[in-house]
Design a protein. Structure first.
Lengths: 331, 337, 559
């Protein structure tokens, strides 16, 4: 078809403005949504505006957020990890048990190491046994949960007495920013560096983009995948440290539904589930967004049960937005 | 026109090569053998396992899992799966329990099943029409439906006080066999007919086996997808009705992990995740196996949480074998060429 | 075109005597191979029965052209197919065969021209619609569902049912048996297709086509994956199809088969139809002349083993990859460019994959610089200094989400080999990218552009660049200039030769025979997974390579 004439060209440029505007909004839609919702809520509700509430939002966002950083990297490589709820519970239980004897620093390090090892185990099951990631990790979740249950002999809750440890969860930097949030920023910076500035990150994106091409290019696909799972394990354990500190306790079911929240955060942040490309900035905004929404639901006295419904709806509609985005790009 | 009665004779009328027959039989036999071993072992180790009451209870538990497992097998044969069955089960259980205070049992059951059907069709529509990946859609629905269940009950339990003849669904016996088992057998027969002897089931398997070939053959993939997910919703609803009849008091926290059970019994029963065929008999055996293990562990006073462990380990084990089997077949075919 | 060929062809103008064609054996008696007495050339091996009356064509194409951006794949092609005939379609790679088949099967729309089916004009909108009007295409990728049985596959989508909606097994069995009996196929109806051999699967596809009462069946390289017995069976079935009045369009490279089975042949060259002739009275040489545009000159070739004067960089002995190649041996030296020729199904590509660790090797040994190496993964292969450029860049080459620079440098360093190489050094990489961009003239707006935005030819250059920066001294290049324009092609060939001189050992596997001629020091020719010949410098010519690849024996005084 031959387009000619100024009429068509004008239409063309108008169309391209519309397309690029739509493209911008679908690309940064979570960030836009976040800003819009914060502005609206702050305007409407006085309690929302208080510093205490904002601090709380940052704190709550960091639990899912830290886990989402690692999960973003894993999803970019084309896999999922549904075992993080069990992994977190198990790490939390371990930390609370070890704290009295090992002290804060050593306990935290051990907990992180344990998380890394569990993640490695996940990676091995997926790559060496060649089981699809989501189902393998679903099974592993059961195993981790069961181990945590057995260790705590039921849902016994271990309380954490150590004050210095608990400040990890409740303390603030500069009086305003909760410690977990600061660590979350650090984690995101680290993960951003890994994903976009390191050779390994490039290999991650390559594996997610086309596993066949990655093998043909000589990349050690299994190793790359296993490391990604280990990173998720580490991030989850880190989130577990802070959650345990904030709750001053640990139990096997302390993080039920965690995997849903984390994956929802990543998807809603704009990272495609097909892999190959991911946005950590999006996951960051997504974590904040979910915290804002749950805070809003609390303040507006809407039941906590709405969380489930809302998370699910956002997850599905985020997919819809991604589908829309790829449709636009094709046009 | 053929005599339909003749068709219900499920004896195979084709000649099949020995190797194929061996493999197909081995698939079903594998789980059956495992089941026999566990049953015998349980009878020996756990005193009180082989009592009428205990066997009945085990059978009932197995039937509830098996019904949804059969539906899940159908979905896996089509190349998809449904992570929301646990939530659908609990919601339909609540619907049934709630409706019983207003209407009588048959209508309540109908209402619950209709709910499950609607949710299943919604899943199917989102997946096929909007081209969204099955995993995330059903993952999200799992959360949404669970939330609806929580909202509807506001965290409270729903007790069945009126029309308590509803409990007969669980406690009644036909020919000495518990009613849930009869229900499960009926579901099994219907789904077997659908999967193996109806164009609908063959089309579903075709979509799972080679989607491109199915499209080229003129199969309406969207319609079949929506129908299959609707079917899964219905089986989840039947499980929900059976569950509420068993417990007579339901709340929104039930059924967590049920989807994992359903997938486990399907895969353990020999249905491959890559799609193309579904082993319904194996699913039933696997459900019996799972229930037997749970029952034995209960009797031995082993903590319930070891069951979780067993479930997880079994799933991974079953999947690893599935992968190994597929690799073996691929390799042997290659060497024949 | 001719001029460029002239540049690279090393034609020796020796006039050969009439070549002696030795066919395998009389296919009618494939169970007992009986060689045909010599001196009976040229003749067809079997008395074909004429089934067509050549009255009314079942399919006729007039003035079909297909324009792609930048290239005209088909130029005003007229073509007609009569019921009951076996019509062969031949042409070199790029002549337009696949485009024509895709148009007839409904996958592509012609830019201009008319298609008439049994006298009525039709517009083929899609593959499904083409099937509905009676055109069936059987390709390498079968449209069968492996987990379903033979009978179920034959009737997929149109199953006969009884009143209550269940499948009518009796009817299915009756009709399926009928169809299979007609084809003489002895496969159990209840057998899952997954357990059938490739040859049997193909026949199930044909049975499916028969049961749907197709009038036209197109077969694209049907014998590529078949053994001799299966080929013979296929031909008998084609005969039966003819008897039923079905028109068969047979696309193949294999001259001998065409002569066995086809009634007429249409030859395409450069998108145009050269001629359509009855095969009576034609010789194989005639057909090849039509394909190439000039006569095929074969020389008396004497095979000589290259005396191994220096240690081979890559030494391959009796290499077998089950199902693909058998018993391949050759040596590749530093400073040498070895070509690898062969048709579809010859195992050319699979050989390079096996050498790169991507295909299981069941027998033989591979030595690199004299050292025996196990090649179990591509990572291993790179460690030992081999790198392979894949054939299909779309599927197994490019990373669609990554940028041009990233695609280029993805194999440049082995992951975690050195601590200093953990982070990306942007300047360093930019320099390397620039260097490659200049040498290969890659047209990209910037190094950060997404690779999917580049044209095919430029993507190919990036792929080639990836192989070149991979630090491997032994390169296995598959179709290195696919999609690249003529001018750059010459540069790439020059670059390959320069690399060899600079200390690389290069194997170039290609379906483009002039390319092999222009770039190779020696040339390995494969056919059906085995070595057909190893030509040294003096023997390399387009004609010799073509002859060997097609399956003709080149004989000399020594035979």
């Amino acid at each position: 078809m031959d387009l000619s004439g100024t009429e068509n060209r004008k239409l063309d440029s108008q169309l391209s403005y519309g397309v690029s505007a739509l493209s911008f909004f679908t690309r940064y839609y979570i960030q836009s949504l976040l800003v819009v919702s914060v502005v609206i809520l702050a305007a409407v509700n006085p309690y929302f505006r208080t510093l205490g509430n904002l601090e709380n939002i940052l704190l709550q966002a960091s639990f899912a957020g830290i886990g989402a950083a690692g999960m973003t990297l894993l999803i970019v490589s084309g896999a999922f990890d549904l075992s993080v709820a069990g992994l977190l519970g198990l790490c939390g239980v371990l930390i609370s048990e070890l704290l009295p004897s090992l002290g804060v620093v050593l306990t935290v390090l051990t907990g992180l190491l344990f998380g890394l090892l569990l993640g490695l185990l996940n990676g091995l099951v997926v790559t060496k046994l060649r089981i699809p990631a989501f189902i393998a990790t679903l099974g592993m979740m059961n195993i981790y949960l069961a181990l945590a249950f057995i260790w705590t002999q039921g849902s016994r809750v271990i309380s954490v007495e150590d004050a210095s440890f608990n400040t990890l969860g409740t303390g603030t930097v500069f009086g305003v920013l909760p410690i977990p949030f600061v660590i979350m920023i650090a984690t995101y910076l680290l993960c951003y560096g890994i994903l976009n500035r390191s050779v390994y990150g490039r290999c991650l994106r390559a594996v997610g983009s086309s596993e066949i091409a990655a093998r043909t290019a000589g990349l050690p696909v299994d190793l790359i995948r296993i490391l990604a799972f280990a990173i998720v394990g580490g991030c989850t354990a880190l989130a577990g440290v802070f959650l345990t500190a904030e709750l001053s306790s640990a139990s096997a079911i302390m993080a039920t539904g965690y995997e849903l929240t984390v994956i929802a955060v990543v998807v809603i942040g704009g990272t495609s589930l097909r892999g190959g490309a991911g946005t950590l900035f999006g996951s960051f905004a997504g974590a904040l967004f979910f915290a804002v929404i749950s805070s809003a639901l609390n303040i507006l006295n809407v039941g906590a049960y709405w969380q489930y419904v809302v998370t699910g709806i956002f997850l599905i509609s985020a997919l819809g937005v991604q589908a829309l985005r790829s449709y636009i790009l094709v046009e | 026109m053929s005599n339909s009665l003749e068709l219900l004779n499920l004896r195979s009328i084709f000649s099949v090569s020995n190797a194929t027959r061996l493999i197909q039989v081995a698939e079903s036999l594998g789980v059956f053998a495992l089941l026999m071993i566990v049953v015998i072992g349980a009878s020996i180790i756990a005193p009180g396992f082989f009592t009428y009451t205990n066997l009945t209870n085990t059978l009932i538990t197995a039937s509830i899992t098996a019904v949804t497992g059969l539906g899940m097998t159908f979905a896996i044969a089509m190349g998809g799966f449904d992570l929301s069955v646990g939530s659908i089960q609990v919601l339909t259980a609540i619907v049934a329990a709630g409706l019983l205070s207003i209407v009588d049992a048959p209508l309540a059951i109908l209402g619950a099943i209709f709910t499950g059907l609607a949710l299943g069709l919604l899943n199917g529509a989102l997946i096929s029409k909007l081209r969204l990946p099955a995993f995330v859609v059903t993952f999200g629905m799992m959360s949404i439906v669970r939330g609806i269940a929580l909202l509807v009950t506001q965290g409270q339990s729903v007790m069945i006080t009126k029309h308590i003849e509803f409990g007969l669904l669980n406690n009644g016996k036909i020919l000495g066999l518990p009613v849930p088992f009869i229900i499960m057998m009926l579901v099994f027969i219907v789904l077997s007919l659908l999967l193996k002897h109806a164009p609908f089931g063959r089309h579903a398997c075709a979509i799972g086996g080679n989607r491109a070939a199915a499209i080229v053959s003129g199969i309406n993939v969207d319609r079949v997808t929506i129908a299959v997910f609707g079917l899964v919703g219905v089986t989840a609803a039947i499980s929900g009705v059976m569950l509420s009849s068993q417990l007579m008091i339901v709340d929104a926290t039930l059924g967590t992990g049920f989807e994992l059970q359903a997938i486990t019994v399907s895969v353990l029963g020999g249905t491959s995740l890559s799609g193309g065929h579904g082993n319904l008999v194996g699913t039933v055996f696997a459900a019996l196996l799972l229930a037997t293990i749970a029952s034995a562990l209960n009797i031995l006073n082993v903590t319930a949480f070891y069951q979780y462990l067993a479930l997880g380990v079994l799933l991974i084990f079953a999947l690893a074998i599935d992968t190994a089997r597929r690799t073996f077949i691929a390799k042997s075919l290659l060497s024949r060429a | 075109m001719e001029e460029i060929w002239a540049l690279f062809l090393s034609r020796s103008e020796s006039s050969a005597g009439r070549p002696h064609v030795r066919p395998l054996c009389h296919y009618d008696h494939y169970l007992s191979c009986r060689p045909i007495p010599p001196g009976s050339w040229p003749r067809r091996l079997r008395l074909r029965t004429e089934q067509t009356s050549y009255q009314e064509p079942i399919l006729s194409l007039t003035g079909i052209s297909k324009q792609f951006p930048g290239v005209k794949a088909l130029d005003d092609v007229d073509f007609s197919l009569f019921p009951g005939e076996v019509h062969a379609l031949m042409g070199e790679n790029g002549a337009g065969k696949s485009t024509l088949i895709n148009i007839i099967s409904g996958l592509l729309h012609p830019t201009s021209g008319k298609i008439c089916l049994a006298g009525e004009e039709v517009i083929l909108t899609s593959a499904i619609q083409a099937q509905k009007v009676g055109i069936s295409t059987i390709t390498q990728e079968f449209n069968l569902v492996p987990e379903l049985t033979v009978a179920e596959n034959i009737f997929l989508g149109r199953e006969p049912t009884v009143q209550i909606g269940l499948l009518d097994w009796r009817e299915i069995k009756r009709r399926a048996s009928q169809v299979l009996n007609e084809l003489g196929l002895n496969v159990p109806l209840g057998q899952r297709v997954a357990y059938l051999s490739v040859g049997d699967r193909q026949l199930v596809e044909i049975a499916k086509a028969l049961s749907m009462e197709f009038r036209i069946i197109m077969m694209d390289e049907p014998t590529a994956a078949l053994n001799a017995a299966e080929v013979a069976r296929l031909f008998e079935i084609i005969e039966r199809l003819k008897q039923r009045g079905i028109a068969v369009l047979y696309v193949s490279h294999r001259l001998r088969e065409i002569f066995e089975i086809a009634d007429r042949v249409t030859v395409l060259r450069d998108g145009k139809r050269v001629d359509t002739r009855r095969l009576d009275g034609l010789t194989e040489d005639d057909v090849v002349t039509m394909m190439l545009g000039r006569a095929l000159k074969k020389e008396a070739a004497v095979y000589q083993a290259i005396p191994v004067t220096e240690k081979a960089a890559l030494s391959v002995k009796n290499l077998t990859a089950p199902g693909f190649v058998t018993d391949i041996s050759f040596d590749l030296h530093v400073g040498e460019v070895m070509g690898c020729a062969g048709l579809v199904g010859s195992g050319r590509y699979e050989l390079t994959r096996a050498l790169f660790g991507l295909l299981r090797i069941s027998g033989g040994e591979v030595k690199i610089n004299g050292r025996l190496v196990p090649l179990t993964s591509s990572n291993d292969a790179i460690r030992y200094g081999i790198y392979m450029l894949p054939e299909e860049r779309k599927i197994e080459g490019i990373f669609p989400d990554l940028t041009v620079r990233e695609n280029l440098l993805i194999s440049a360093q082995r992951l975690f080999r050195r601590f200093s190489e953990l982070l990306i050094n942007a300047d360093d990489e930019e320099k390397r990218y620039e260097g490659m961009r200049n040498s290969l003239d890659i047209r990209a707006s910037s190094s950060g552009q997404k690779i999917t935005k580049l044209s095919g030819g430029n993507q190919q250059k990036v792929m080639l660049g990836r192989a070149l920066v991979s630090n491997s001294r032994i390169l296995l290049l598959n179709e290195p200039t696919r999609g690249v324009d003529v001018g750059t092609r010459v540069e790439i060939h020059a670059a390959i030769r320069r690399l060899a001189q600079g200390g690389y050992a290069i194997l170039v596997s290609s379906s483009d025979i002039p390319e092999l001629v222009s770039v190779s020091d020696r040339c390995l020719v494969l056919s059906a997974g085995r070595t057909k010949g190893l030509l040294d410098r003096a023997q390399i010519s387009e004609d010799n390579i073509t002859a060997l690849a097609i399956g003709q024996e080149i004989t000399g005084d020594n035979q």
